[in-house]
Design a binder for this molecule. Structure first.
Ligand SMILES: Cc1cc2nc3c(=O)[nH]c(=O)nc-3n(C[C@H](O)[C@H](O)[C@H](O)COP(=O)(O)OP(=O)(O)OC[C@H]3O[C@@H](n4cnc5c(N)ncnc54)[C@H](O)[C@@H]3O)c2cc1C
Length: 392
């Protein structure tokens, strides 16, 4: 029995390692399109981007540790087609691989702006190379434009401010993290950024990129404002990397639809950002782009494949670091849920907010409040289980 894993990011590596740990007896082949050992992405907008850390900080394994686990890593190879009936994957170099069990872990691509294709200093941020390139552009005194006030845009804005850059953030919505985070908390985040010097342009899009010969000089916004910009980071969301699966027969609907154990079709599983699992806790499918979910899903799939005990899927956990503020959350965040701020210590810059829907606890979010969040976790899990059971 041979396992083939496509996508050598956090989720793909975690499946490979979990299979090895759980006694998988066949070959484990991990194929990735990048030319690096699997690495962690959260630092790409934080410590790696700022220059505090280098690749050894983000790498998740070494060639040696992979060999010790009998994991065969194939780098620089892109899967282009899946024949699920014949159990074959084709690659860009013309080669093919057959499998007994396939695990798809191809993650997501950063959504791009076609108007910036010809501009050298306008980048999305998904890979180690993107981060290193933007780090090189983001030196002290530079005029940095961020398009999109989502998590990645805000983290880049914070890092750029800490590096001594001038920062403008352009966002079509009326606020930061709009539609993702409760408004009262988004407001707090906006205030922190403004206090540090970030210039927001809400309700605006970039109408014109002024970049003669591909060299960015300025942009014009929809309200006619012109902003000087030497480099731009496009942080406008992601698209699940499923193009190569178009003719596979798998059900693709905002990622690869899976059951509660990651099964997408007979002998085919999906994990990580690209997957859209059924979540018994809430009684519906949901695609989750959180680093820790990738690791948990990997353990569940490896348990299925090896017939070993599977851990239960925990509630989603996310975090974002901006300046000295570490925001964390447990649960399924609905930005329109009823919110109650139960702890608000402005001096210590700590905050805890609980989110309820129809009186049922759904999520808890904290700022610099790791310990204070803990008591809510058990309560949340019980509430989610009750809600999930009611929907089954
Ligand atoms: C800048 C940034 C900051 C983040 N910060 C946080 C954070 O603070 N907290 C948090 O919880 N999460 C964060 N995330 C999200 C987190 O990194 C992801 O949830 C996690 O990386 C998912 O792992 P994955 O293996 O599913 O996908 P990925 O890590 O994207 O790995 C997928 C791999 O598959 C490869 N691949 C794609 N297509 C093919 C193909 N056809 N053939 C072969 N290989 C292919 C890709 O090249 C890639 O290496 C951040 C992400 C980014 C980009």
């Amino acid at each position: 029995m041979d396992a083939l894993i496509i996508g050598a990011g956090a989720a793909g590596l975690a499946v490979a390692e979990a299979l090895a740990e759980r006694g998988w007896e066949g070959d484990i082949t991990l194929v990735g399109q990048e030319n690096y050992v699997p690495y962690d992405r959260p630092p790409l907008s934080k410590a790696l981007l700022s220059g505090e850390q280098e690749f050894d900080f983000v790498s998740l394994c070494s060639e040696e540790s992979l060999q010790n686990n009998n994991i065969n890593l194939v780098k620089g190879k892109t899967a282009t087609l899946l024949d699920a009936t014949q159990k074959v994957v084709n690659f860009d170099d013309g080669s093919r691989m057959i499998f007994d069990k396939l695990i798809i872990a191809t993650g997501v691509d950063a959504r791009d702006l076609p108007a910036t294709q010809h501009i050298d200093a306008a980048l999305t941020l998904r890979t180690f190379e993107d981060s290193m390139k933007f780090r090189g552009l983001m030196t002290e005194g530079k005029e940095i434009l961020v398009v999109g006030a989502g998590f990645i845009g805000l983290e880049v804005a914070a890092t750029a401010i800490l590096k001594g850059c001038t920062v403008h953030v352009v966002e079509p919505s009326p606020g930061v993290l709009y539609g993702k985070f409760p408004e009262v908390l988004s407001e707090r985040i906006r205030q922190s950024h403004e206090e540090k010097g970030v210039n927001f342009h809400f309700g605006q899009v970039v109408e014109h990129w002024n970049a003669p010969d591909g060299v960015l000089e300025s942009v014009t916004l929809s309200d006619g404002t012109t902003i000087t910009a030497e480099a731009a980071l496009i942080g406008i969301g992601t698209i699940p990397t499923t193009g190569w699966l178009a003719d596979s027969g798998l059900t693709i609907a905002n990622g690869i639809m899976c059951d509660a154990h990651g099964l997408a079709a007979e002998d085919i599983y999906a994990v990580g950002d690209v997957s859209n699992w059924f979540l018994p806790l809430i009684g519906e499918n949901r695609r989750i782009e959180h680093r820790l979910s990738a690791g948990e899903q990997a353990q569940i799939v490896a348990a299925q494949l090896t017939g070993t005990d599977a851990p239960a899927l925990d509630l989603p956990f996310f975090w974002t670091d901006q300046y000295q503020e570490k925001w964390q959350g447990y649960g399924y965040v609905d930005w329109q849920a009823d919110i109650e701020i139960v702890h608000d210590d402005k001096e210590a810059n700590k905050l805890v907010a609980v989110l309820r829907k129809d009186g049922v606890l759904e999520a808890v979010i904290g700022k610099n409040a790791v310990k204070q969040l803990m008591p809510y976790r058990r309560e949340l899990k019980l509430a989610a289980q009750a809600a999930g059971a009611a929907k089954l």
